[in-house]
Design a protein around this ligand. Structure first.
Ligand SMILES: Cc1ncc(COP(=O)(O)O)c(C=O)c1O
Length: 421
């Protein structure tokens, strides 16, 4: 089902996304004081950073996990046909793509999978293309495996981000470029790529012997008016020249369950990938992760539709709050993901200063724009998957501290002008 079939109007939601749930004492990385201190240099901050949600997941998932937990034996566990059928069914129902059981491989996370893919298909010294600003573990995975980053930087047209296809093609021609990691939908700029864009990417990559690694972890979180197209669903030649990474983790707030579905249609590529998994003894799976995935894909659809309605409300809140209290700031209208990319360049262009002031003086933890590489200076990323009450508190802190910063900057400019005159 695509975004524009959903009603934006206020409907009575069955799930209570307004409930503020205390996550302390649950080992939550997002809320942990030590983690916050390490990441932001300060621990008493309201967290809107790492990509998990402050909502309880769908009831059928909780029920399935509780039922399995009550069994009391958590031995080595194996995926059965019901597991694969859940993934196959979801992919067909939501995206119209028929995938086969043999194409699906388990890996405990998309980031680990991207590392294993690089190990399987590149040799140190090879190049991997990405599109910055982009989810920063891509860069790390490339460099940690001895390869080089090639950046086809996204272009901001004042409203949304676009691909510079001339540059893309030029860079793809380099025989050292073996992989292109596509972030689809894109984190952090929240773009849903169109069929035309995806086909163009696919053709350029195929013509130049570059395999597409489509990270589609956010592909279920798409808003009204947009439709996500799975890269492999474009046609057989696209499926055969790609690896697609999906997971129930972002969609259903199951990141801690650590399961991802790596879809590889080309058996030769699958063989290389599996060899790396074998070398690292990756295979067994946490029993709670198995039942949560099955419940999510088989019974979680209603919750997801409600979640998207609530998140669209949060998007409206951010736009209107910024419009009123921080008028020179602009959140790029999210087409997908629960991550908002806010342009604060009219207040402060220095990314490090911005990040320091927001966390230390404003007491809000947001991902710094510069974390995402080139093009991130003067931006911040806000995770708005939280109850509206929390979001309002965060926005209030953000607007206050950026307004103060603007006044301080204006004052020091006046002082400088005074000295220079
Ligand atoms: C684009 C993208 N890929 C991967 C991940 C993380 O995946 P995992 O937790 O499965 O390693 C994230 C998390 O924010 C993400 O945004």
């Amino acid at each position: 089902m695509c975004g524009n079939e959903r009603k934006e109007v206020l409907v009575k939601l069955k799930y209570d996304f307004d409930e503020v749930i205390d996550r302390s004492d649950t080992n939550s990385s997002k809320w942990d004081a030590e983690v916050l201190e390490t990441m932001f240099g300060v621990s008493d901050v309201l967290p809107f950073w790492v990509a998990d949600m402050d909502f309880r997941t769908a009831k059928p998932i909780v029920d399935a996990v509780v039922k399995r937990a009550e069994h009391g034996i958590y031995g080595y566990s194996k995926r059965t046909d019901t597991y694969f059928d859940a993934i196959i069914g979801w992919t067909k129902r939501r995206f119209g793509w028929d995938i086969k059981k043999e194409w699906i491989e388990y890996t405990p996370g998309v980031v680990p999978a991207i590392n294993y893919i690089i190990q399987a298909l590149c040799t140190p010294g090879d190049k991997v293309m990405i599109q910055q600003p982009v989810y920063y573990p891509f860069r790390r995975a490339i460099e940690n495996n001895g390869c080089h980053v090639v950046d086809n930087m996204l272009r901001f047209n004042g409203e949304y981000y676009e691909i510079d296809f001339e540059d893309f093609e030029e860079k793809a021609k380099d025989p050292k470029v073996k992989l292109f990691i596509l972030c689809s939908p894109h984190n952090p700029v929240s773009r849903v790529w169109t069929r035309d864009e995806l086909e163009r990417i696919g053709r350029i990559c195929a013509d130049n012997g570059v395999l597409v690694v489509a990270d589609e972890i956010h592909n279920d979180l798409v808003y009204s008016g947009y439709q996500h197209i799975m890269f492999g669903s474009l046609g057989e030649e696209f499926a055969l020249n790609s690896i697609t990474c999906t997971a129930p983790s972002k969609t259903f707030n199951l990141a801690g369950m650590q399961s991802s579905n790596i879809i590889i249609a080309d058996p030769k590529v699958m063989e290389k990938y599996r060899r790396v998994l074998e070398r690292n003894s990756i295979g067994g799976q946490n029993p709670l992760s198995i039942v949560s995935l099955e419940a999510a894909y088989n019974e979680g659809e209603e919750w997801l539709e409600e979640l998207l309605i609530y998140l669209e409300g949060n998007i409206e809140l951010i736009h209107s709050y910024l419009g009123e209290h921080l008028p020179k700031a602009k959140m790029i209208a999210p087409q997908a993901t629960y991550l908002g990319w806010i342009d604060l360049r009219k207040y402060e262009k220095d990314g490090d200063k911005l990040q320091h002031v927001i966390s230390h003086d404003g007491k809000v933890a947001l991902d710094g724009g510069t974390w995402f590489g080139a093009g991130g200076e003067g931006f911040v990323r806000i995770n708005f998957a939280c109850p509206r009450k929390l979001l309002e508190q965060g926005l209030s802190r953000l607007c206050r501290v950026v307004t103060e910063l603007e006044m301080k900057n204006a004052y020091s400019d006046r002082l400088k002008d005074g000295i220079e005159q």
